[in-house]
Design a protein around this ligand. Structure first.
Ligand SMILES: *[C@@H]1O[C@H](CO)[C@@H](O)[C@H](O)[C@H]1NC(C)=O
Ligand SMILES: *[C@@H]1O[C@H](CO)[C@@H](O)[C@H](O)[C@H]1NC(C)=O
Ligand SMILES: *[C@@H]1O[C@H](CO)[C@@H](O)[C@H](O)[C@H]1NC(C)=O
Ligand SMILES: *[C@@H]1O[C@H](CO)[C@@H](O)[C@H](O)[C@H]1NC(C)=O
Ligand SMILES: *[C@@H]1O[C@H](CO)[C@@H](O)[C@H](O)[C@H]1NC(C)=O
Ligand SMILES: *[C@@H]1O[C@H](CO)[C@@H](O)[C@H](O)[C@H]1NC(C)=O
Length: 343
């Protein structure tokens, strides 16, 4: 495939993606006078050698430090056995596959939440789309698939899979849309302020879905699940337990299968956290959503209580959610051009 047909085909794929992803249409461009959000520098990663790089990390390394332009890293289908770090000095990167089912980033390191992540995002303004991010360490300990520490991170149609501590939603404001997240023990945890919209949460064994880490009442963090679906196989799964004293989690308009334990939430063996945690449910449905045996310190939210959690305000509004770029260019930077074909 020559460069021109590649670009044409790429545009066709993007048009399809844009048409089928309403959330992208809804998103508004951030107003950043120094960054043109309609245009991105395109870097292609292809294991067959026809792109600019064979490895995803090499593409990220090619983005200049303190970049002010958008970089769109398009990853061709394949299984990438890599651990990836997006460093803090490289904002405005989009990492995009074509379908999560065939674009897989995988590793299998376990034991430690800092060392184990398959993908670590330290940069702000990061976007991932159509990728599977997995940690195949297994069932014998902590093994993070994705750690998100940068502010303003967005994830669209990604599959995030491990067993214990799958998603370290560490800090900053994040948005997850149409993602599939799988695990068993504390598999969505951390101190970020995040909105999970229309995501599928799948529990593969008894455990807790969330372990949110808000430590003080002043901290603006918490997880909201809006219009999600919870399924699983193990049974006896709790919606959450408090990693931080002021842990805050809300499920709204969410389907819950019968794997959710009747009590719903637990205090992780520390009853003092019952009065400081904020665990709410609003208009959820399905066999796991029956609140008649829920712990009394969890909340059935009124319309008024729920209102702040039903919008993007809790992640700082929608202003930073950027649309998919419509124009792509090759970099003038020798850094990228000379790297092509070297791999
Ligand atoms: C974006 O911000 C710049 C200054 O930072 C301002 O001049 C411009 O009018 C803004 N554009 C929009 C569309 O708000
Ligand atoms: C942003 O990029 C688009 C497409 O290349 C171009 O039409 C537009 O003029 C650019 N805007 C600014 C502010 O440079
Ligand atoms: C990037 O910005 C940081 C913070 O301003 C600075 O310390 C660093 O030297 C910059 N890096 C480059 C390569 O300019
Ligand atoms: C705008 O872009 C600059 C340069 O990358 C970045 O330092 C800054 O944080 C951005 N501002 C906003 C509001 O996103
Ligand atoms: C379910 O899990 C809780 C801990 O969350 C445990 O205390 C309880 O014994 C378990 N129940 C069953 C039936 O396994
Ligand atoms: C909820 O559970 C209680 C007790 O187990 C039961 O009586 C009630 O009918 C259930 N509610 C619904 C809507 O299924």
């Amino acid at each position: 495939m020559d460069a021109t047909s590649f670009i044409i085909q790429f545009h066709l794929i993007l048009i399809l993606l844009i048409c089928c992803n309403t959330s992208t249409n809804l998103a508004m461009a951030a107003n950043n006078s120094s960054t043109n959000f309609s245009t991105a520098i395109l870097i292609r990663v292809d294991q067959s050698g026809q792109g600019d790089f064979k490895k995803i990390q090499d593409a990220i390394d090619a983005v200049p430090s303190n970049n002010t332009e958008l970089f769109f890293i398009w990853v061709k289908p394949g299984t990438y056995r890599e651990k990836i770090v997006v460093p803090a000095d490289k904002p405005f990167i989009t990492l995009s596959g074509t379908e999560a089912s065939n674009t897989i980033i995988t590793s299998s390191e376990g034991g430690d939440i800092t060392e184990s992540p398959t993908v670590t995002v330290l940069a702000s303004d990061f976007v991932a789309r159509y990728l599977t991010i997995q940690n195949l360490f297994g069932t014998s300990g902590k093994a993070v698939a994705l750690k998100v520490k940068g502010d303003r991170g967005a994830f669209y149609s990604c599959r995030i899979q491990s067993y214990q501590d799958t998603l370290l939603d560490d800090s900053g404001r994040h948005y997850y849309n149409n993602c599939y997240i799988e695990g068993a023990v504390d598999f969505i945890f951390g101190s970020a302020a995040s909105l999970y919209e229309r995501c599928h949460i799948h529990s593969v064994a008894a455990g807790a879905i969330t372990a949110q880490g808000r430590e003080t009442p002043l901290e603006n963090s918490g997880f909201t699940f809006l219009g999600c679906k919870i399924t699983g196989t193990g049974g006896n799964t709790s919606l959450g337990r408090p990693w931080g004293s002021y842990s805050r989690v809300v499920f709204a308009y969410t389907f819950m299968a019968n794997i959710i334990q009747p009590e719903g939430w637990n205090d992780w063996g520390d009853s003092t956290k019952q009065s400081t945690s904020y665990y709410g449910e609003y208009k959820c449905y399905g066999p796991g959503a029956n609140r008649s045996k829920r712990v009394v310190w969890s909340r059935s939210l009124s319309n008024e209580d729920a209102a702040p959690f039903l919008t993007k305000n809790m992640i700082g509004g929608r202003s930073w959610l950027r649309p998919t770029p419509t124009h792509f260019k090759r970099s003038g930077s020798t850094n990228i051009v000379t790297s092509a074909g070297e791999n």
